[in-house]
Write a protein that binds this ligand. Sequence first.
Ligand SMILES: [Zn+2]
Length: 492
Amino acid sequence: MDINLNINELLKYGLKSGIMNKADYVYNANVLIAMFNRHKFEPIETEERPVEAILDDMAIFAYHAHLISSNDVVIMDNFKAAVMDVLLDKPQSVINKFNFLLAKDAVSATDYLYDLSKKSNYIQTKRIAQNVSWKQTVEYGELEMTINLSKPEKDPKMIAMQLGQRSTTYPKCQLCVENEGYRGTGAYDGRSNMRIIPITLNNEPWYFQYSPYSYFNEHSIVLHQEHKPMIIDRTTFVKLLDFLDLFPTYFVGSNAGLPIVGGSILDHEHFQSGKHHFPIEKAKGKLVEKKEEVSVYQLVWPLSTIRLRSANKTEIIDLANKILLKWQDYENKELSLCNSNGEPHHTLTPISRKEGKDYVLDLILRSNFTNEEFPGGVFHPHADCHHVKKENIGLIEAMGMGILPPRLKIEFGLITKILLGSEELIKDLRLTKHLSWIQELKPKFTAVDDPMEFVQKEAGLVFSKALKDAGVFKMDPAGQKAFSDFIKKAIT
Ligand SMILES: [Zn+2]
C-alpha cells in the first residue's frame, strides 16, 4: 500500500476529469496527506486507473491505519465520499456555476450538476451498472424492471411507524438540507460529496439535487427547505408546474402523502424528477372531454389515471385541484372505496411533464383503505405478490418501473437451478416465500426457455399483478365504467 501513490492518482483524476482546478493542486494535496496522517507529499508520475479503484485502495489503507473504525461498506463509503469532497468546489461555487448556466439554458445547468455528481463518485455509476434490468411486455404496454442492488428493501409498516415520530437525530432525515457535506456514521450514509441547488417553487424555498441511487436517467430529488410532511393539495400542482418552467426537459412527480400509498419517506415534502420517459407516458388515453382549454383523458393503465393536457397553467391547476377534492370525497362501497371513518383515505400521485407548449398532468387516484381481508391495504400489492414485491407502490412504480429488492438476484438464481433439475435446492430457506410460485413455474418452463429470462418474465407478471392490486378502479368493465363516471362527475 502506497498512499502517496494513491493521492497522486486521485489528484491526477481530479485534474483530468475537470472537477478540480490546477490552482488547487498543492492545497488539495496537503489536505489529503493530513487526512492520512502524513506530513509530506511527493509528486510522482502515475498510470491512469478508475477512480473507484483508487478510492477502494485509499479506504483499505485508512482501515489498516486505524483512521476508520471498520471495513463495513457504509463506513468505507463515507470515508471515500469525504476524500472526494477534498477535490470538489464548495457549495457556493457550484451554485454560482449552475445558476450561470441556468440563465442561458436549463439543459447545460443540469448536465453540469449531473456530470459533477457522477465524476465526484456521489452517483456510483459502476455499482449501479450491476443492477439487473429487463423489459416486460404486458397487455397495456411495456414495463421496466430492475433488481436494485444499491438500496435495501423497506417494510411498509416501518415507513408508517416513522411518520409522525419527531426525529431527534441530525440530520432529521435523509432528505434534509443538513445532509450536504455530512460525513455520516456507521448507520447513516454520508453526503460529503453531494451538492444541492436552491430553487424557488410556489414562492417557497426548495432545493434540487441528484439521487445517489439513480433508478433512471438523471434521477433527481426536489426537496423543501423545511423538514415537514408530504402533502397533496392545490399548491402541489403549482410547485410541480413551477419546476417544469425551470427545467422543461424533466418530468417531476410527487408521491402521495398517506401511508401505504406513499413513498418510503413521508415526513419530508419532496418530489422526484429526471430525464426519463416512463411506461405510463406511452399508455393509451381515451379523450373524455375538453374542458375549456384542458383536455381530459382516461388512461388504459392498471392504476386508475386521469391525464390532463393544456398550455394554460392556471386552468390545468384548477381542474387538477377540482379532481383532487372530488376524489377525496368519493365513496363507492361496492368497490371498497370507503372514506367515512373520519380519516382521509383518498389522495393522488401526480406526475407532470411538458410536451411542447403543453403541460401534461397524470393524476393517479390512490386509496390507502384497509379492511379485515386486506389489513396491509385493499389497494396495495396483495399477499400473493409479496415474495417479489411487498413495498408500497410509490411514484416510480406507479409509472411502470418495478424496483425489486436485491435479495431476488440470488433467489432467482436458485430458482433457475431448480427449474433445471436441482430439486434439492427447494429446501433452501431463502426460497420458502417462493414455494407455491415455484410449483406454478415448473409446468410452464420448457427446454427452449432461457431459465433466467423465464424467471424474470414471470416476476414481471407478478409485478404487473401488484400494480393492478393498487388500482382503485379495476381494469374490468365494471371498474372502467365506475372510473369514467367518476371523471365525468369530477370535472363538471
Ligand atoms: Zn428531512
